[in-house]
Write a protein that binds this ligand. Structure first.
Ligand code: GDD
Ligand code: MG
Length: 360
């Protein structure tokens, strides 16, 4: 059986303001919180123990995920201060006590990588670390590698400019690690795997790459978040439109448990609605992501929005594309929210909001 460490900390600044109160790994993605995509992959690959390396908002993550998931034992390694990507692995390893190859991965990616194939490759090589690699159009937001024909990473450059990037093969944020690598990480301070450890390993010829095709989403900002949701929705939703209890569903649509839709409401295309939501008579939700406990009032139109949990939208409201609404917001009847507006948590909106406004 395998063990894994999932990097689950950081401040998710690019997912604000929703991430102020909700850890990134609990953002719903196509019907389940992001962390469960990772845990499902690990479980299906034969992992039986996972340590979540946490800091910011650790309690809410622990409250949701708990100590056990589909037979995986889950432990939490809590940092007092953010330790980057290397420090948390060193710290979590005290709990995991790995004696053989273990998995470490970024918690903010969703992928269908074949981990067992990656493990077989790793064992065949003399790698201290094998790094899963994925090809992207713009590598500048990622760690970028130069791979030799034998699968060795000759160079690893974190977030190079487009011109400096040695290729378009990027670090997918999934690693197989030999316990000896832990000795390379200094204790008690912030350490970047990508900037401090991998370049050295590459120089020593002990960093290998595992290029893979298939699904890979990195969820860094709200645009990525939206993209991953709609792509996964297209992959999993039924193809046919349907009419149920007077609601028109235009696929692809996902509806969470206990969610109610009323007569003459239209849901979709491209609508992800969480649990315990209500879409009232004549309302229309399209190209949007609604978290849990969201109510959309009669005849309101929600288009191209992300609406976090426990938001109450009144009647005849119009929410335009690009809008981000944080948890616990209340919007009065008849309000119009302009394009790309951002609304912070716990706001009560009683007057129209202009396009691109940031309501704090
Ligand atoms: N515990 C803990 N503590 N976790 C952290 C910390 C920390 O201080 N900082 C970041 N993390 C977690 C994040 O939650 C995320 O899951 C992972 O570590 C990577 O951090 P990001 O901040 O999301 O990095 P990135 O997306 O800019 O770049 C990384 O991921 C890319 C692929 O998605 C790098 O690994 C790149 O090389 C890589 O290409
Ligand atoms: Mg990231």
């Amino acid at each position: 059986m395998m063990k894994a460490i999932v990097l689950s900390g950081g401040f998710a600044t690019r997912l604000r303001p929703i991430s102020y109160a909700l850890p990134k790994l609990l953002f719903p993605v196509a019907g389940k919180p992001m962390i469960y995509w990772t845990l499902d992959l690990l479980q299906e690959s034969g992992v039986d123990q996972v340590v979540l390396a946490v800091n910011y908002l650790a309690d809410s993550l622990r409250a949701v995920v708990g100590q056990k998931y589909k037979g995986i034992r889950i432990n939490y390694s809590l940092e007092d201060e953010p330790l980057g990507t290397g420090g948390p692995i060193k710290l979590a390893a005290r709990m995991l006590k790995p004696k053989e190859t273990f998995i470490a991965m970024n918690g903010d990616i969703i992928t269908d990588i074949d981990l067992n194939k990656m493990i077989r490759n790793h064992k065949r090589s003399k790698a201290v670390v094998t790094d899963a690699l994925h090809e992207v159009r713009d590598p500048s937001r990622f760690g970028v590698v130069k791979l030799d024909p034998a699968g060795r990473i000759q160079r690893f450059v974190e977030k190079p400019t487009l011109r400096e990037a040695p290729s378009r093969l990027v670090n997918a944020g999934i690693y197989l690690i030999e316990p000896t690598m832990l000795n390379m990480i200094p204790s008690g301070r912030k350490v970047s795997l990508e900037r401090e450890i991998f370049p050295i390993l590459a120089k020593r010829g002990r960093l290998f790459g595992f290029p893979f095709k298939g699904q890979w989403f990195d969820i860094g900002n709200l645009a990525d978040y939206r993209k991953a949701n709609f792509a996964l929705l297209r992959g999993h939703a039924p193809k046919r439109d349907l009419q149920r209890r007077g609601t028109r569903f235009k696929q692809p649509v996902f509806l969470g448990e206990q969610t109610k839709t009323e007569t003459a409401a239209t849901v979709g295309p491209n609508a992800l609605v969480g649990r315990n939501c209500v879409i009232r008579r004549g309302a229309h939700v399209v190209d949007s992501i609604l978290f849990d406990r969201v109510t959309i009032g009669e005849r309101s139109i929600v288009s191209g929005a992300i609406i976090a949990s426990s938001v109450l939208v009144g009647k005849n409201v119009r929410i335009e594309p690009g809008t981000i609404i944080s948890p616990n917001v209340k919007i009065s009847d008849g309000i119009r929210i302009g394009k790309d507006a951002i609304i912070h948590p716990y706001k009560e909106i009683t007057a129209n909001v202009r396009p691109r406004a940031n309501v704090m």
